[in-house]
Design a protein around this ligand. Structure first.
Ligand SMILES: C[S@@+](CC[C@H](N)C(=O)[O-])C[C@H]1O[C@@H](n2cnc3c(N)ncnc32)[C@H](O)[C@@H]1O
Length: 208
């Protein structure tokens, strides 16, 4: 396991310590955030992701939240469940890999124009190692968009995520990015939380 980013011992422990393969074995063809949060993220992607570019949708599922009217050169998907990824109409190709076991990405250096991690960063136990790999595969100045809400699979989120609120999550993701070598980091609040009405959504963008 990687250095702990100055965090206390156990920061990346999960309540459910079983292999992630077991938890993600059944396909979940559901939406993990509400319609307003999805619309806000899609609007953000419209401005942040380069049309025609090669995109990497890490920790993906059957939906990528990309603007439907924009064409991309390729959308490379990654996740834990082949059935979910095969059902995602935006993916040109995809691979299954447990990033907590192997954080290396099977992609060439400087081969991707933008990357996304949507509502999933809280499950990574070696986040800086994974993000360093994302930095390697991104072209210079290309964006990585990490978005998150306040919902998650609680037993699979790392301890430090469970201990923090929305602002704390933003600071934590910024820290991950800095440790991975990203220098230009911006945080955007996309939607506000209204209990039982709307999910909060935040996007942190890093560029090397
Ligand atoms: C809540 S889903 C989000 C899916 C999709 N990004 C979305 O916006 O709906 C969390 C995703 O994190 C990914 N994930 C969780 N643990 C992982 C691990 N150890 N290695 C790789 N991916 C993992 C799985 O692919 C899972 O689909």
């Amino acid at each position: 396991m990687e250095d702990v980013l100055g965090l206390p011992h156990g920061a990346f422990a999960k309540l459910d310590a079983e292999d992630d393969e077991l938890f993600y074995e059944p396909p979940r063809l559901v939406c993990h955030i509400d319609d307003g949060a999805i619309a806000a993220l899609t609007g953000f992607y419209r401005t942040a992701l380069p049309p025609g570019g090669v995109l990497l949708d890490l920790m993906s599922s059957w939906v990528s939240h990309l603007p439907p009217e924009i064409g991309y050169g390729q959308v490379i998907g990654h996740g834990m469940n082949a059935t979910e990824l095969a059902a995602n109409p935006r993916l040109s190709r995809w691979f299954v890999q447990n990033l907590n076991r192997d954080p290396g990405l099977p992609l060439g250096a400087a081969s991707v124009d933008a990357a996304m991690i949507c509502v999933s960063i809280q499950y990574l136990q070696q986040p800086a190692a994974v993000l360093r790999e994302v930095a390697r595969v991104l072209r210079p100045a290309a964006p990585l968009v990490i978005s998150f809400s306040n919902r998650c699979f609680w037993t699979k989120a790392v301890a430090v995520w469970r201990a923090l609120d929305d602002d704390g999550h933003a600071r934590l993701v910024e820290t991950y990015l800095r440790h991975a070598g990203f220098t230009r980091i911006e945080t955007h609040r996309l939607t506000e939380w209204v209990e039982d009405v709307s999910d909060p959504m935040t996007a942190v963008v890093g560029r090397v």
